[in-house]
Design a protein around this ligand. Structure first.
Ligand code: BMA
Length: 801
């Protein structure tokens, strides 16, 4: 099947076992020491044979293959990120034609290339990976299996026609005094010189033709159609407004005959990244329609190692879950591939700003002439494909290479930096790529690397300038309290691992493997010593879990606590910090990793926490000892007015102190709204009393409700919350009403045998609360009884029970 791949074909034909189960990865990966062949016969119509041009177009071949048509070699392809086109008019014949693609044994090629020219790369993957323009993660990463696979991973087509065709249509927009000028510039490839006409139509978000048709005759120099929009409906990131999308239709004609056409959706917005010098250093923030946005979201990696499994539906479920957790941005990390069109379409629709890395990550690249020519075409292909998208916020040269050049030249990393690598680095990311961006996507902000302070190998991970990757928590083993020592301008990577849910673990592990240090569990943990690290951190915060299942739950709470600790802090310093992008939102297979939403789409505690800590209006607590400060971060364009209610309670929910206050927080700002001196109520009661803090809107709606302990949860004297749950069904679906007898931390609602996406989960419970079931999967026609019979409630109280 095309699109398809070697592993996928073998799997669907029953020739290999699921490579994601047990340790099948290790058996399957060796198949990539072999090559494979794709072939098929086809016939073409007489009309095609008689046309001016016939082209064979591959939108993606992964990666090293020779192509033959009717026994003649068409060429060799060597870049999975490129679109490959072959002029086959002269090779075609009437009747049957045969096409063959011979894929080289990938592992063998990598080995040879690496032996010939060893260059530096991270040790956690296949040596030599950077010699081939193939998604690096497929060859193994610290969250991914080593299953390089190969095949024809995107559509292929035969196109034919006469006279001329559209190479691409470039769309730009100029915003002036509340009006927008849309410039539509067709780029045309002609076979014969004839007067050609182009028709451009703009449809508004409701599908109504907006500006009439613009028809023009092309002169020698390609012209642009300019369409003025009087009352533009602007596109906004999620949380700031709606995402109206206009459609631009372009038709190429010769004497009334339609030769080709193109259709693109655009959003009208002015987008840039501000990097002005300020009192803290140099700011770094997205600015959309003149508004500085605090970027909230996560890093995105490819969704699978077996690429034929990708689909718009799967990506939509992910992007929908990002929007639901109040993300307004994603960073597409440079060790994967440039996502399919539907990814950008969905980000346009859901209002997710895309930080797009070019596909260079964690490696030195040997910049030969061939390499330069190859990646130049790769970049042109992809810019032409994605540049019109409303969501595209930033283009970035590479992942972590500027930092590596500066920081990793140590004996431990064995980089053996030399002058050529340094010069290559600068030429590639600070000259070749930005020049291509200037030419092909001049309106999109370019940033040389992530992290960077702007380039030139000038302290790339500087906390006072540009973006930062902060890994001292987790990789460096520091406690997550360290996050609060920093006031990054934009943190584009920081993360903390946990185990996936029991249901996900059971997809790859048998009963006897359910131990964090078992061979199978460690095979599904690719960060060296990762499981040990989870347990080590756990010891500082939570009690030793009674069994494996409790360990899974506790690891997820720990991860969520960690990331929340950082994000709340950075949001409090809005203005100084303008972005919290955690590592990572998705997985490419079932594994223990930094992810918040696992391979099967299950939300870990972190994803529910994200929905709260990325909420447009966030209530958070900080301070020293008994002096607690309540902060409200308002990431909306309206003033927030409401009421703040704080209570000191004992574990059995008896209030010993209570206070409330009217609050008002200006748009796009953060305010320390209240300071409480709780010494009289807490001194001597630290292990049995807590603070609950709740924010209500003016009409009494609960905006946020959290709790603060004054000792680590492992030392708190929890009482049995004995939560009463009532399940009802109404016109909108199922609703759960919970009532605790005592304070409960991290209340997890789960169902045996099927999955539920809920309006809230893993929450603090100190009073009655209603939770909606948003979606049930894995069960047909569910009833209230099904939910009751399979309900499982866990909270921190249960960890050692
Ligand atoms: C970063 C990324 C990835 C990696 C992740 C977790 O540095 O750029 O390369 O997978 O951290 O270690």
């Amino acid at each position: 099947d095309v699109p398809g791949s070697m592993y996928y074909t073998l799997l669907t034909q029953g020739k290999i076992e699921d490579p994601y189960a047990a340790d099948n990865e290790y058996k399957t990966r060796d198949l990539c020491w072999k090559g494979c062949e794709y072939s098929r016969d086809f016939t073409v119509s007489q009309e095609a044979l008689d046309s001016d041009f016939v082209r064979l177009v591959f939108h993606g071949i992964d990666t090293l293959a020779e192509l033959y048509l009717n026994g003649k070699k068409l060429g060799r392809v060597d870049n999975m990120f490129r679109k490959w086109e072959f002029d086959i008019k002269k090779l075609l014949k009437p009747g049957i034609n045969s096409l063959k693609l011979v894929f080289e044994p990938l592992m063998e090629t990598l080995k040879k290339l690496e032996e010939k020219k060893p260059v530096w790369g991270v040790p956690s993957t296949t040596p030599g990976y950077q010699h081939v323009r193939k998604a690096h993660y497929m060859m193994g990463w610290d969250w991914g299996p080593q299953l390089p696979d190969y095949g024809i991973w995107k559509d292929c087509e035969l196109i034919w026609g006469n006279i001329a065709r559209l190479d691409c249509v470039e769309i730009r927009q100029k915003h002036k005094n509340g009006r927008v000028e849309v410039l539509v510039q067709p780029h045309i490839l002609t076979e014969r010189a004839l007067p050609l006409t182009v028709e451009v139509t703009l449809l508004d978000p409701d599908g109504k033709t907006l500006a009439g048709q613009k028809e023009f005759v092309l002169s020698e120099e390609e012209e642009a159609a300019i369409i003025e929009i009087e009352n533009p409906r602007l596109w906004w990131p999620n949380g700031f407004g709606s995402q109206p999308l206009y459609t631009v239709k372009t038709v190429l004609k010769a004497g009334g005959e339609v030769l080709d056409n193109d259709e693109k959706r655009i959003g009208l917005r002015e987008m840039t990244v501000c990097t002005s010098v300020d009192k803290y250093g140099r700011e770094f923030c997205y600015q959309v329609n003149g508004v500085r946005i605090f970027a909230m979201g996560a890093d995105y990696i490819p969704e699978d190692n077996l690429l034929p499994r990708l689909s718009r539906e799967r990506t939509e479920a992910l992007i929908r879950d990002c929007a639901e957790a109040h993300f307004n941005s994603l960073r597409v990390w440079g060790g994967g591939f440039y996502p399919n069109d539907w990814f950008y379409d969905l980000c346009d629709e859901y209002g997710i700003l895309v930080w797009q890395d070019f596909m260079f990550a964690c490696a030195v690249y040997d910049l030969t002439d061939d390499f330069e020519q190859n990646i130049t075409q790769e970049i042109i292909d992809n810019l032409k494909r994605i540049r019109h998208h409303a969501c595209l916020g930033l283009l970035c040269g590479n992942n972590e290479m500027e930092q590596a050049m500066v920081e990793f030249d140590t004996p431990a990393f064995k980089m053996n930096k030399n002058e050529k690598f340094l010069a290559d680095y600068l030429r590639l990311y600070e000259r070749i790529i930005p020049e291509l961006c200037k030419q092909y996507a001049p309106d999109i902000f370019y940033w040389p690397a992530s992290p960077s302070s702007g380039g030139g190998m000038d302290y790339p991970n500087d906390p006072t300038r540009g973006d930062v990757h902060y890994w001292e928590v987790w990789h460096g083993g520091k406690p997550f309290e360290e996050y609060r020592k920093y006031f990054f301008r934009f943190c584009s990577e920081f993360g903390f691992e946990s185990f996936p849910s029991m249901k996900t673990i059971r997809s790859f592990a048998a009963e006897e493997d359910l131990n964090p240090f078992s061979y199978i569990m460690e095979s599904h943990q690719k960060c060296v010593g990762g499981n040990k690290k989870i347990l080590n951190y756990l010891a500082d915060y939570y009690l030793y879990p009674k069994d494996f299942e409790k360990l899974i739950y506790t690891s997820q709470m720990l991860q969520a606590d960690a990331i929340r600790y950082g994000v709340e802090h950075w949001r409090r310093f809005r203005g100084r910090c303008m972005g919290a992008i955690y590592w990572q939102v998705n997985d490419c297979w079932p594994v223990a990793s930094w992810v918040s939403r696992d391979y099967f789409g299950r939300w870990k505690a972190l994803h529910y926490f994200a929905k709260r800590f990325f909420a447009p209006v966030l209530l958070s607590a900080h301070g020293e000892e008994y002096s607690v400060v309540l902060n409200i971060s308002n990431e909306t364009m309206d003033t927030f007015k409401g009421k703040l209610v704080c209570k000191v309670m004992d574990a059995r929910l008896n209030a010993v102190f209570e206070t409330e206050k009217a609050v008002s927080v200006s748009p796009l700002s953060s305010l320390d709204a209240e300071t409480l001196d709780l010494l009289p109520y807490l001194k001597g009661f630290e292990r049995e009393r807590l603070l609950t803090y709740t924010l209500l809107s003016e009409d009494g709606k609960e905006i946020a409700s959290e709790a603060l302990l004054f000792v680590q949860p492992k030392h708190f004297k929890f009482a049995d919350p004995d939560i009463k749950v009532e399940i009802k069904q109404d016109s909108e679906g199922f609703i759960l009403r919970l009532e605790p007898k005592a304070y409960a931390k991290g209340v997890q609602i789960d169902f045996e045998g099927f999955d539920a996406r809920l309006s809230d989960n893993f929450f603090e419970l100190s009073s009655k609360k209603a939770v909606r079931v948003l979606e049930l999967t894995g069960i047909d026609n569910p009833t209230v009884e099904d939910l009751k019979n399979n309900l499982k409630i866990t909270s921190v109280f249960d960890i050692d029970k």
